[in-house]
Design a binder for this molecule. Structure first.
Ligand SMILES: Cc1ncc(COP(=O)(O)O)c(C=O)c1O
Length: 431
């Protein structure tokens, strides 16, 4: 394929783009979980319009785009106050993974250790594995307790002279539980270590759930040992894609995040994040989302998500499946022949997130799922009945793959190791 010899009209190009989306997953109607956070058509239009306003703006040079720098500052200040920090500083990044990459690089640089190690729960998001891989940091993974939260005593035992920091999640992605951050914070202070809280998925929903009177363990800057927090605007902030925050308790902490190259003939180059050019669209869209929803809007969205997750848990339990613990609106459940059940749900038009260790189905429940609870439970009942009625189905099932949407039969996946998966995924990029 080549760039067209003669340019096409804007209408033609846009019509083409719209037509191409026909085969994509239908995320607006609640049949997809975790990939998109949708707060209704009106909100979607606003996010798009705000994004368009700043589509060409570049925060690589904050002096040239002063208004964009101000939007970033205000996003950090609003999030800092939501998460009970005074004088919190930070940067917008392109997503949770970039916030985590920046945090790990900064922790490494502040420690200046020869063999840097981070002590993390086994349930930590793979963005930390990626960061560790990129930046030469070793992750010491600590087991979780029966309640799926990390054991702070096991974390204490894993600390050594090589430890450069601790990490915990609020909540962790797989089951939605919040690690015991108050205890881990106390441990961090006792050992003189920084603590990063990964609130990528929880940062913009746990505060609202707490305000609604639900039991949420304290996880934010109220915990004295917390040094930094990653919180995604493009998840429960219902912003457009490409926006997260990396927040630091103080400027002395943030300092290690800044990269500087002084000998470039093009001028002294300083950059706080992984990206060089920093797109303005996602920042403006995120700012617009917070302004347009306001506290009342987010409280209503959180209430809808919480009620929907409660109703799903009740319905799933009633079908004889086991619901795993959660402190958030993430619902996960397990049971016999689960991946075969997942396949039957997919045949009914649901996009199903599968997990392993233990095998479970995962639902990131947002406000947009309030409308599908009954339909989901009815389809789950039917899927379950089909699998129970046909023993050949129970032997099948598609493997749990997170991230890249590749599909593998479970029989094949169990025999694969990382290198094979790498080759398989690389093939997706073949011309
Ligand atoms: C707890 C947690 N951390 C980090 C991430 C990574 O975020 P992103 O996919 O935006 O890079 C996720 C994504 O789901 C998450 O749930």
């Amino acid at each position: 394929m080549k760039i067209p010899t003669k340019g096409r009209t804007a209408e033609d190009v846009l019509a083409d783009l719209r037509a191409r989306q026909a085969g994509d997953t239908d995320w607006r109607h609640g049949r997809v979980f975790s990939l998109v956070y949708h707060a209704g058509a009106e909100h979607e239009q606003l996010v798009k319009a705000a994004h368009a306003e700043y589509a060409s703006a570049n925060l690589l040079n904050p002096m040239a785009f002063k208004s964009l720098k101000q939007l970033e500052k205000e996003l950090v200040a609003m999030a800092g106050s939501l998460m009970h920090g005074a004088g919190v500083v930070g940067t917008v990044t392109s997503g949770g993974t970039e916030s985590i990459l920046c945090a790990v690089a900064a922790y490494r640089d502040r420690a200046r250790a020869w063999w840097p190690e981070l002590v993390v729960p086994r349930t930590i998001h793979p963005a930390f594995d990626k960061a560790a891989h990129y930046f030469g940091v070793r992750l010491k993974k600590v087991d979780v307790r029966d309640d799926l939260r990390v054991d702070p005593r096991a974390m204490a035992k894993a600390i050594s002279r090589r430890t450069i920091g601790l990490v915990a999640s609020a909540p962790q992605y797989p089951h939605g539980v919040v690690d015991p951050i108050e205890e881990i914070g106390a441990l961090a202070q006792k050992k003189g270590l920084p603590l990063h809280v990964d609130a990528c998925v929880g940062g913009f929903v746990l505060p609202w759930l707490e305000k609604l009177g639900r039991r949420v363990p304290v996880w934010d800057f109220r915990v004295p040992g917390v040094t930094s927090i990653s919180a995604d605007l493009h998840k429960f902030g219902y912003a457009g894609k490409g926006a997260s925050l990396l927040l630091w308790r103080s400027l002395a902490d943030l300092k290690h995040q800044i990269f500087v190259a002084t000998d470039f003939p093009g001028g002294i180059y300083a950059s706080p994040t992984m990206l060089g050019t920093r797109p303005g669209g996602p920042i403006a869209a995120a700012w617009a989302a917070l302004q347009a929803q306001g506290e009342d809007g987010y409280l209503a969205l959180a209430r809808q998500a919480a009620d929907a997750s409660d109703a799903l848990r009740t319905g799933i339990r009633a079908l004889g499946l086991r619901v795993l613990p959660s402190d958030s609106t993430i619902v996960s459940y397990t049971g016999r022949d689960l991946f075969a059940i997942a396949d039957r749900l997919e045949a009914r038009g649901w996009s199903v997130d599968r997990m392993h260790r233990p095998e479970a189905i995962h639902l990131t429940v947002t406000a947009n799922h309030a409308a599908i609870v009954d339909e989901y439970l009815a389809d789950l009942r039917a899927a379950l009945a089909e699998v129970r009625a046909d023993p050949t189905l129970a032997k099948q099932g598609t493997a749990p793959m997170y991230g890249m949407a590749a599909k593998l039969p479970i029989i094949v996946a169990r025999r694969l190791v990382g290198a094979n998966v790498r080759k398989l995924i690389a093939e997706m990029y073949a011309p």
